[in-house]
Design a protein around this ligand. Structure first.
Ligand code: G6P
Length: 367
């Protein structure tokens, strides 16, 4: 069926707004809402004994994989190797006996990701894929497909595919944690509950659209933007920078907040907006001190945090967006939304072709 834009000006905006619904659809597939437990299909390997999980993808899907690396390591204690597919396919990485490789892709057709899958297979790895198009080449070559239920994504810049990938990956990390005895039943129900609340919290995040639009109009006037985050907020910072580059053509860099002092701090002056992704989690104080370093150099901080974080630090930043308070485990799913909106509105302000940015393709089937 032909997909329309409805009342939205662009597919990208429509797809951003679909996120509460499609995250909900995806959760329905993998979470038992009554028991508050994860229900995964039978995997082609056993997480309990898996020596290592290798994760490979491109673009935004790769950044979903980076969030997943933190999740698998922290809550499931699974050793994870992560790489972009175009590097991995030629790296000749030794892969462990009995290991598994997970590829993540919206289209299931990205040529580098497919080649990475084939390499992993040739090295005896079981292949698990997280895909939005279940009738795709990557699907056919996988041992198991875990679908994201985002529905067709038309905008070239990925949005709802990303947050539904995160949703599937969060569920998988919880089930891995259970298999490895790394979490108890109580913690599984808490994490599942936090996930079940994401659609409602995502809808609340969308209520900040208007204030984010005002920030974006300001950003649209600048030449460079820096995004900072730690832990699972680091890949979200990278995603914010990627989205902004892709559709508004503003130069942006995402950096691990703690690494800023080793380079990007040299760029900071009153002309550089610095978007700090900082939900109140275990690393909040560390990120807060990096924020102070930015302020001390005159940087304009746009502080994406929650009510607690805003209370602690909001007064110091030039602009604060206080998102709902959530379990830090699910924060990256929610914090993806404001960085998408920031990029979207900056692109609209600049008058670029949001759904069809120059030089980019929805699905890259050439090397
Ligand atoms: C292209 C798209 C991105 C996407 C990447 C990977 O660059 O513009 O939005 O993240 O390909 O695509 P895939 O279909 O494998 O997720």
């Amino acid at each position: 069926a032909r997909v329309g834009k409805g009342n939205f000006r662009h597919f990208m905006l429509k797809e951003i707004y679909e996120q509460p619904a499609v995250i909900g659809d995806t959760l329905q597939r993998y979470v038992n809402p009554l028991a508050r437990t994860i229900e995964m299909p039978a995997l082609p390997f056993d997480f309990a004994t898996l020596p290592r999980l290798t994760i490979v993808a491109c673009g935004t899907a790769y950044l979903a994989g980076m969030v997943a690396k933190y999740w698998f390591e922290q809550i499931a204690r699974v050793p994870v190797e992560l790489d972009i597919a175009s590097e991995f396919r030629y790296r000749e990485a030794p892969l462990p006996k009995g290991g598994a490789t997970m590829v993540i892709s919206q289209s299931g057709e990205t040529i580098d990701t497919l080649a990475a899958l084939r390499y992993a297979k040739s090295q005896g790895q079981k292949i698990l894929s997280v895909l939005n198009v279940p009738e795709s080449t990557i699907a056919r070559e996988s041992d198991l497909v875990l679908p994201t239920l985002a529905g067709p994504e038309i905008g070239v810049a990925s949005t709802k595919a990303f947050t539904t990938q995160l949703t599937v990956l969060a569920c998988l990390a919880i089930s891995a944690a259970r298999a490895r005895g790394a979490i108890d039943h109580k913690r599984e129900t808490e994490l599942s509950q936090a996930l079940l609340e994401v659609p409602a919290r995502a809808a609340e995040v969308l209520n900040h659209d208007e204030s984010i639009r005002r920030i974006a109009y300001d950003i649209a006037e600048t030449r460079d933007v820096l995004f900072l985050g730690r832990g699972t907020s680091y890949p979200i910072a990278l995603e914010g920078a990627l989205k902004l580059k892709e559709i508004s053509y503003i130069h942006a860099e995402g950096y691990a907040a703690g690494e800023m002092k080793h380079g990007p701090i040299a760029l900071i002056d009153e002309n550089v907006p610095v978007v700090v992704v900082a939900p109140s989690d275990d690393l909040f104080e560390k990120t807060a001190s990096n924020l102070q370093e930015v302020m001390a150099r005159g940087g304009r901080v746009i502080f994406l945090s929650d009510h607690k974080g805003a209370k602690k630090l909001g007064g110091k930043a030039a602009i604060t967006v206080a998102l709902p308070q959530v379990d830090p485990f699910v924060a990256p799913i929610l914090y993806a939304i404001p960085v998408q909106l920031l990029a979207y509105h900056a692109a609209v302000a600049k008058g670029t072709d949001v759904d069809q940015p120059r030089n980019l393709a929805k699905s890259v089937t050439v090397e």
